[in-house]
Design a binder for this molecule. Structure first.
Ligand code: ZN
Length: 392
């Protein structure tokens, strides 16, 4: 009898009878996204997130609100073409741009650097904006630069982006067997960087780093670590997703893995579908690239011209939830968060069109059987715990 009642309840739920419930839960919860690239991919092109950028970007301030996003970590990023005398400078220009946005929009956002300020911004219904430096090359091998970035408000640093530094090897380079200085993992200076980050209260982010760097860093750090935008390797074996032993180590370290929404990290068949799509439309693709159309215009062109094919490229949202399930089964729900990578990716699972779509994650998690408490942890509670543990 009990079983019959339960299955009726499940049926009623899956029919969407509790639609109001998921929205209430979502907007009451603190939703934190640990990775968004809008500063480097959109703001630096001269577009202001103060304005409605629908169709041009995944993010703007109005859509963060619509999506119930309370805490957004903005990625401070430049690629490997920036190095000595340019990377640190560029990072500071991006930081300047975020401060300028916050100043213009002080009634709806504020830059926060500790858990108390964060709680205050959330209470005032403002977007709590944080900064994470994506790539250790931006400190240009100097601890003073790390200190300076901390002083300017940066609260995490991804030890490497796809490029290795002189002190840490990246996942891309370790996988290709192409380490610039020949040494895998962290060297002595790299370990000093991690220790200094612990002292400052800057989260050590292990997305993008090579496996050896991951192990060296997690063994060096005395604080819980962050993986700001990565998925599970066993479900989608790409070079920078996390293997099971790495996932278990994050659990043991009391850290948090924030799931990346990129279709190519979620679904192992995505790349094959994209390759086939590009070869079917090669002539058009080549001509758009040759006239230097920006990515979003190329995307828009193909999405409008071939809507059925474009939709078929994207995995279902359930595949993203599968990554959460997978990690939850290995280490529980205390170590999972969200790191969308919006505005750094050209494709996300169906429905996740931009930052206004976050409520769909809450809905899908409830439908998958997670409790409200677990959903609140995944939406932001776990990241806030790790942030607080590093801020002490
Ligand atoms: Zn990234």
């Amino acid at each position: 009898m009990k079983i019959i009642i339960l299955s009726f309840a499940f049926l009623a739920f899956s029919l969407g009878i509790n639609a109001q419930d998921y929205r209430r839960l979502h907007y009451k919860a603190i939703v934190a996204d640990t990775h968004n690239d809008v500063l480097s991919s959109v703001t630096m092109r001269g577009l202001d997130i103060d304005n409605d950028l629908t169709g041009k970007s995944h993010s703007d301030l109005a859509r963060f609100r619509k999506g119930g996003v309370d805490v957004q970590v903005f990625s401070i990023f430049c690629d490997e073409r920036f190095g000595k005398d340019t990377a640190f400078k560029f990072a500071n220009i991006e930081i300047d741009s975020l401060y300028a946005i916050a100043k213009r929009n002080s009634y709806r956002m504020s830059i926060v650097t500790n858990p108390t300020q964060l709680a205050e911004a959330v209470r005032e219904k403002k977007l709590a904006a944080m900064m994470g430096v994506e790539g250790g090359h931006m400190i240009e091998d100097k601890l003073e630069n790390l200190d300076s970035l901390y002083k300017r408000g940066v609260r995490y640093m991804t030890l490497t982006w796809n490029n290795s530094t002189s002190w840490a090897s990246s996942a891309k380079d370790e996988t290709k067997g192409n380490i610039p200085n020949g040494q895998k993992g962290l060297n002595d200076f790299g370990k000093q960087v991690v220790k200094r980050m612990n002292e400052l209260g800057m989260l050590v982010d292990l997305s993008h780093v090579g496996e050896q760097t991951f192990w060296d860093a997690i063994h060096t750090s005395t604080k819980p670590i962050l993986v700001s935008h990565s998925c599970a390797y066993n479900l989608c074996p790409v070079f920078r997703n996390l293997k099971d032993d790495q996932i278990r180590a994050v659990g043991k370290n009391e850290g948090v893995i924030c799931i990346n929404f990129y279709s190519g990290f979620v679904d192992s068949n995505y790349q094959k579908r994209i390759t086939a799509f590009i070869s079917r439309h090669k002539t058009e693709m080549d001509s758009l690239v040759s006239i230097k159309k920006p990515d979003y215009e190329i995307n828009e062109f193909f999405t409008k011209k071939y809507p059925v094919e474009a939709t078929a490229l994207r995995p279902p949202l359930s595949m993203l939830i599968d990554h959460i399930d997978y990690i939850a089964k290995l280490i529980g729900t205390n170590h999972i968060g969200l790191g969308s990578d919006f505005d750094g990716i050209e494709s996300a699972p169906l429905g996740l069109d931009d930052v206004s779509a976050f409520p769909l994650i809450t809905k899908a998690l409830l439908q998958r059987g997670y409790t409200k408490k677990q959903v609140r942890q995944i939406l932001g509670g776990n990241f806030l715990r790790v942030f607080a543990a590093n801020s002490k």
